[in-house]
Write a protein that binds this ligand. Sequence first.
Ligand code: ZN
Length: 205
Amino acid sequence: MTELAAAGAALAGEAARYAGMGWMRGTSGNLSVVLGRDPLRLAVTASGLDKGELTAEDVVVVDGEGAAVSGGVPSAEAGLHARIAAVAGAGAVVHVHALAPVLAAQRWPDGVPLRDLEMLKGFGRAAHDDLVTVPVIPNGQDMRVLGDAFERGFRADTPALIVARHGIYVWGGDLRQARHRLECLEWLLRFVLETRIDGVGRDVR
Ligand SMILES: [Zn+2]
């Protein structure tokens, strides 16, 4: 199996899992893995397909701008994947349209504060006395504008970005680490939404 086919198979497997969780409804969301860094090359899920039904062939190679190098049509969002991979040094970036991050961004448009929750360990942070603020940026269709907004708020210890009224990006060294971080973060966001008590102890009811 070629490196690209292996990446495609891994991306299809992850996408099916996220689709099963209701986080990739319709044809939404996209996942990527870095194939090479010099120059930057990513394998990204192809655009416009049901993410629960991808095969190892439904993958596109893009460059550092998110433009197709080979394969079919990449999602427009591939540009932000590439920017995140470059800036954060991530090996994999996952973007899903889960509801909890979008609801949380609506309530905390300047960033979602989280603290003193065991699941923060699964996000790579401490369970106690460690204020984590998940950045929120406005939605838009120009990936360079989104990329600039991401970079302004980037912190190496906070591997996630919520795009308001849209979805969330989470990254890690590989797809498995990104998935673990996303699963834990989605739980954390549901916690603050349902309790309506955020990480700075503010009761936002
Ligand atoms: Zn999206």
